[in-house]
Write a protein that binds this ligand. Structure first.
Ligand SMILES: *[C@@H]1O[C@H](CO)[C@@H](O)[C@H](O)[C@H]1NC(C)=O
Ligand SMILES: *[C@@H]1O[C@H](CO)[C@@H](O)[C@H](O)[C@H]1NC(C)=O
Ligand SMILES: *[C@@H]1O[C@H](CO)[C@@H](O)[C@H](O)[C@H]1NC(C)=O
Ligand SMILES: *[C@@H]1O[C@H](CO)[C@@H](O)[C@H](O)[C@H]1NC(C)=O
Ligand SMILES: *[C@@H]1O[C@H](CO)[C@@H](O)[C@H](O)[C@H]1NC(C)=O
Length: 598
């Protein structure tokens, strides 16, 4: 129903645009005095374009639609820019400044692997000093937690819960999943994860049970409380331990990012054992995920997985502008009104700070600039995309081999999953994890967790847009040649590609940079340059020292707004922008943000 309407309005718009184009063209010639040549060229282009759209059977069929969408997308741009883009899309002419090639061009590096990754491997075994569960678990000390947010934010909570139980010498009850978040999924832990594997894999570290035992023959209701964000081990000992000793069963609510980022090395390694080994999806999810991966691999040797977040609510909340003109301002503005506490949006500022997710088209341009040609197969993991097919069209034009769960699996195959957002998210997680190259347009929880996971499992290339730098390029793209654009994109993306050592140890969030769990082969010392990321200030030498990691948190500013969706993964910058935000955001804001946390 909705789709139909969009198609109709699309074709009306199409006609309007054509009229507008001719109008602009006539005006443009004499005013700029750019001589008949240019008028002739653009005239020809327009004719060609009109012809193309007449030739295509209907505006809703694939090809015709694509052109409509491209035009539509740029309807707000200047006519000069529009003409350039048209040239880029239809035929190349000698004066095309921004001609997007269909091949990725020549490259000095292999696109499908990270440099020097063979010198690094994940290492998360406990040291001999690390006490085992049977040496330290206190009887009658039960810790329960209720997670919060989408599947991946919940994953960080589960990981931290095991470490918290270890710190408190408590028995952990299998975590409760959040059923009320934005994603509304009633699944239990054992619908998503293999619970027996979870318990047995961690049995040496923490005793885990499925249910709180009864007390005096009756169900036992735990005492509920919350701990502050980024609570340190000491904070657990002073705040939770006394309550635990008194009540014997304590449930920590809204358990997301409630454990400090920095911990001693053995506790970090415990986090890695949980996150990368103990948390395994159920067999049915794993089997379907494997099927999807195999289908992608059967299409070509390598494939890119894109995690695209572009839901209307999320975009509205971001306060950014995505190039859709007045219609977008109205539509997103209307959604935005739902949240009374949001202050007035400042799209320019959001972009400048790199907090806006890239549009599908921008992702496509970035990938092409990084060297991926139009023959590459792209798997896109996304929820509802604002603007639907229209928004996706420019990306599909750049990468015609465009796949999703729904296109590579049948409806019947997806039935056990499709009504459960977390199970669907788990399937995407698997395909993204197994992809040759993973790319995101956002900096949400899934992007960060997968970035960390892919480092741990061999530094598989993971492209996270340097949004703060890229946005200027995207805005100015028609004032430079494609070659210039390409070279600048490649420069800006240094340090954002998932290479070893591109982020300093201890930098950023542990889940995205699990440096304590990444070991370097001895022969690497001479081979591997330890590069500094431009613009990121140096950290002192001690960060490699496990005991130094115990130092107090220096990133308190992160605490309350860290899970905001920003398009920027430069930890230092994020830190800064988040502390900026926490000054301006009202106190209830963090809870609001969590509804979108993926
Ligand atoms: C880590 O522990 C596992 C299981 O105990 C063992 O198989 C493996 O060899 C250990 N790795 C190292 C590097 O010690
Ligand atoms: C946990 O147990 C160990 C070993 O018995 C002990 O050293 C430590 O103080 C205990 N910590 C807590 C919080 O009970
Ligand atoms: C982009 O264009 C604007 C206006 O033309 C200019 O002020 C700005 O410096 C340009 N930025 C870049 C990165 O070229
Ligand atoms: C790091 O350590 C090296 C050698 O131990 C020293 O030369 C250097 O100044 C130190 N850098 C910082 C930032 O402390
Ligand atoms: C690491 O910490 C230990 C214990 O505090 C200390 O003896 C050692 O000198 C530290 N190493 C470095 C490189 O700072």
């Amino acid at each position: 129903m909705k789709k139909k309407k969009r198609e109709v309005s699309g074709s009306v718009h199409h006609l309007l645009l054509r009229a507008k184009l001719f109008h602009r063209c006539r005006l443009h010639g004499p005013i700029t005095g750019l001589l008949p040549l240019i008028s002739a060229v653009s005239g020809c282009l327009l004719l060609l374009f009109a012809l193309l759209s007449l030739l295509s059977p209907s505006p809703s069929s694939g090809h015709g639609r694509r052109h409509v969408s491209l035009l539509r997308h740029h309807s707000s741009l200047s006519s000069g820019r529009l003409r350039d883009e048209l040239e880029a899309e239809s035929i190349s002419s000698p004066r095309a400044v921004f001609h997007i090639p269909s091949s990725g061009g020549s490259l000095s590096r292999d696109l499908w692997s990270s440099r020097l990754s063979s010198f690094f491997h994940g290492c998360s075994n406990a040291s001999s000093r690390f006490l085992t569960a049977d040496q330290k678990t206190q009887p009658n000390r039960y810790l329960l937690i209720a997670t919060s947010g989408g599947l991946n934010q919940q994953r960080t909570g589960i990981t931290d819960a095991v470490a918290a139980a270890y710190i408190l010498n408590a028995t952990l009850v299998v975590p409760k999943l959040d059923r009320k978040s934005f994603w509304k999924d009633a699944s239990n832990f054992n619908d998503i994860f293999d619970v027996d594997w979870f318990i047995s894999f961690l049995s040496k570290d923490v005793e885990i049970i499925k249910q709180l035992p009864e007390k005096g023959g009756k169900a036992w209701t735990p005492h509920t409380m919350r701990v502050p964000r980024k609570c340190t081990p000491k904070c657990y000992q002073t705040r939770v331990l006394p309550v635990l000793n008194k009540k014997h069963a304590v449930q920590l609510g809204k358990f997301d990012y409630r454990l400090s980022n920095r911990l001693e090395k053995d506790l970090q390694k415990l986090r890695c054992r949980v996150n990368y080994h103990a948390l395994k999806f159920t067999d049915s999810i794993r089997d379907m995920g494997k099927t999807l991966v195999e289908r992608m691999r059967s299409k070509s040797n390598h494939f890119i997985a894109l995690h695209l977040r572009f839901e209307p609510d999320m975009l509205a909340f971001s306060g950014c502008y995505y190039g859709g003109g007045e219609r977008e301002r109205e539509e997103l503005g209307a959604i935005r009104k739902r949240w009374k506490t949001l202050h007035k949006s400042n799209p320019e500022k959001e972009r400048r700070h790199g907090r806006c997710p890239l549009t599908p088209e921008e992702v496509g341009l970035m990938l092409r600039a990084l060297g991926f040609g139009s023959d590459v197969h792209l798997y896109v993991a996304s929820g509802e995309v604002y603007g639907g097919e229209e928004t996706l069209a420019p990306l599909k034009a750049l990468f015609p081999n465009f796949h999703t769960k729904e296109t590579i699996a049948t409806k019947a195959e997806l039935v056990p999953f499709s009504l459960y957002s977390s199970r669907m998210a788990a399937l995407d997680f698997i395909v993204c994890d197994e992809s040759s190259v993973f790319v995101t347009n956002n900096n949400g929880n899934m992007a960060r967790i997968l970035a960390g996971r892919r480092r741990y499992f061999g530094h598989k290339p993971t492209i996270r847009p340097n949004a703060k730098k890229l946005y200027k390029l995207f805005m100015n793209r028609t004032s430079m040649t494609w070659e210039e654009f390409t070279s600048r994109v490649r420069t800006h993306q240094i340090g954002f590609m998932g290479d070893p050592n591109e982020v300093r140890p201890g930098r950023g969030e542990f889940h995205e940079n699990p440096s304590a769990c990444i070991c370097e082969s001895p022969e690497a010392k001479d081979m591997v340059p330890h590069r500094e990321i431009p613009g990121v200030e140096q950290e002192d030498n001690n960060s490699q020292n496990s005991t130094a990691e115990l130092t107090t948190e220096d990133d308190q500013g992160l605490s309350d707004t860290e899970d905001i969706e920003n398009g920027n993964n430069d930890a230092a910058v994020r830190r800064q922008s988040n502390s900026l935000q926490s000054e301006t955001l009202k106190s209830e804001q963090p809870e609001l943000e969590e509804i979108f946390s993926d």
